[in-house]
Design a protein around this ligand. Structure first.
Ligand code: PRT
Ligand code: ZN
Length: 284
């Protein structure tokens, strides 16, 4: 009894997919050019595939689970279940036009030609907005379409925006925000679901660890309560007396995003020697 996971063979999701599996303790030999690998310490087989094929393979049960971008998943429309968002491969699917195009709202692309590799998602978006436009499906190098006179607009993936910039385009509508997700076949057996739950538990622990930091600081005892209220931690912070009278060492956990918000208040309340340390795994 084992689980088969499909991940991208090469490309933008490959490295982070492999990294995630290693972070949750799955050991395997990275194959060069091979299509499959056996995990050494978990009943898991890895299949390395093109990202576009992953939803179909998971829907058919050739793979039981897979890692793929939401953009691909929504475009392919296969019956699979999304189990978890994975926090990497973040991008947006956006409509862009030539920077000289005077654009005020979506009505400006009514009846225009839009080149895209995502006709399904784009059609749904335009229909929901009641916009009639001509969708021109092309498989790659979408960003050059306006420059060569193929279309007046494009709908393509954007992350930093530099590709649009170098092609003289500007982003005008965000159609979809996307990140990598873990998908599963809809008909897994009870045993397969148990294995999947184990993996999901580990993924959660790894994701939480990334979003949280261990914080240690020295606090004057007269401001201890205020400082504790700023860093309440998982249950409550650990407080240890320092050798120097009137001072305590406070240990807690803070959300990475909150840290910069509270650092000033911590200092105002006399906190010193603040250390922020990455957490490897976190189970609440
Ligand atoms: O060979 P295979 O079919 O498996 O791979 P692929 O070439 O189809 O996909 P790949 O590896 O390019 O991307 C895989 C997935 O990564 C996508 O489906 C998205 O979910 C995610 N992702 C995240 C991105 C980007 N960011 C991204 N920036 N996919 C593509 N891009 C491209 C975009 O198409 C454009 O050409 O990068 C360019 C824009 O980048 P910026 O930074 O200049 O805006
Ligand atoms: Zn692809």
């Amino acid at each position: 009894m084992k689980l088969k996971i499909a991940i991208q063979k090469s490309g933008r999701l490959n490295e982070n997919s492999v990294k995630l599996l290693r972070e949750i303790g799955i050991e395997f030999n990275s194959p060069s050019g091979k299509l499959r690998a056996e995990a050494l310490n978990f009943p898991l087989e890895l299949l390395f595939l093109r990202d576009d094929d992953i939803p179909q393979y998971v829907a058919d049960g050739v793979a039981d689970i897979g890692i793929v971008g939401e953009n691909v998943l929504l475009e392919k429309q296969k019956p699979v279940t999304v189990k978890n968002k994975l926090g990497f491969g973040k991008c947006r699917l956006s409509i862009a036009v030539d920077k000289s195009f005077s654009y005020s709202d979506i009505n400006d692309i009514r009846n225009k030609k839009i080149a895209t590799s995502y006709p399904v998602i784009l059609r749904q978006y335009l229909e929901a907005k009641n916009i009639q436009a001509e969708i021109h499906e092309i498989s790659g190098s979408v960003e050059i379409a306006p420059g060569i006179g193929l279309s007046e607009a494009i709908c393509d993936l954007v992350s930093s925006g530099s590709t649009l910039l170098t092609n003289g385009l500007k982003e005008v509508e965000v159609v979809l925000k996307s990140e990598a997700v873990l998908i599963a076949n809809n008909n897994l057996t009870v045993e397969q679901n148990k294995l999947l739950d184990k993996l999901l538990f580990r993924i959660e622990a790894s994701k939480k660890a990334k979003n949280n930091k261990y914080i240690l600081l020295n606090a004057p005892n007269n401001n201890l309560e205020k400082i504790i209220s700023l860093i309440p931690g998982m249950k409550s912070p650990t407080i240890l007396p320092l050798a120097e009278k009137g001072w305590s060492s406070v240990h807690s956990v803070v959300k990475e995003n909150d840290f910069w918000e509270i650092i000033e208040s911590l200092k105002e309340n006399g906190a010193q020697g603040i250390l922020v340390i990455p957490i490897e795994k976190m189970i609440i």
